[in-house]
Design a protein around this ligand. Structure first.
Ligand SMILES: CC(C)(COP(=O)(O)OP(=O)(O)OC[C@H]1O[C@@H](n2cnc3c(N)ncnc32)[C@H](O)[C@@H]1OP(=O)(O)O)[C@@H](O)C(=O)NCCC(=O)NCCS
Length: 150
């Protein structure tokens, strides 16, 4: 059985917060990584939902959104660098989207750096389209706003 088939996708709980923040720091620059306090909030506030990917008890991925009415704003998507390019990011993002749709999401929005080729490819595969560009959003780079409607 392949590794991917053994991955457990489940909702993030407060017990995952430390490892999720650690993973985030490995996946993003200091500028872009979420502070651990944000993960605490995300794990407890009902408007947020984060899904984690676990392999043999190890947290290897994390993705989350915040929902308001029928609009879900994607907050994060991160896969451990040792497990990339195996379709795990796609699977995790799909689980996250299904969870959001289950809660009534009809529109998905996200921001991404134009230089983030991997993430943009993944989002486009899901049908996301660039609808706006926010100048200097990250301080050192613009952001592309991507949108997908169910
Ligand atoms: C973006 C990220 C989640 C992708 O995770 P992953 O598990 O490698 O993604 P997948 O294996 O499902 O690949 C998804 C698509 O992206 C492509 N891809 C993945 N890495 C790529 C890379 N470095 N360059 C170009 N394309 C890439 C894959 O080929 C695949 O497209 P395809 O199915 O049409 O071939 C991962 O690279 C990551 O964690 N990056 C750092 C955090 C980040 O930038 N998150 C997004 C913030 S907006």
């Amino acid at each position: 059985m392949g590794e991917t088939a053994r991955i457990n996708f489940r909702k993030m709980t407060p017990a995952d917060v430390t490892l999720a923040a650690k993973l985030d720091r490995r996946c993003f620059t200091k500028h872009d990584a979420w502070d651990i306090e944000w993960f605490r909030i995300a794990a407890t506030l009902p408007s947020f939902e984060f899904i984690v990917a676990e392999l043999d008890g190890k947290l290897i991925g994390c993705a989350g959104y915040e929902i308001e009415d029928y609009c879900a704003e994607v907050q994060s998507l991160a896969i451990d660098p040792n497990y990339r390019k195996q379709g795990i990011g796609t699977l995790l993002f799909m689980k996250m989207i299904l969870a959001a749709v289950d809660r009534g999401a009809e529109i998905f929005l996200l921001e991404v750096r134009p230089s983030n080729v991997a993430a943009i490819k993944l989002y486009k595969n899901f049908g996301f389209e660039v609808v706006d560009r926010l100048e200097n959003f990250y301080g050192n780079e613009d952001a592309l706003v991507m949108r997908w409607e169910v």
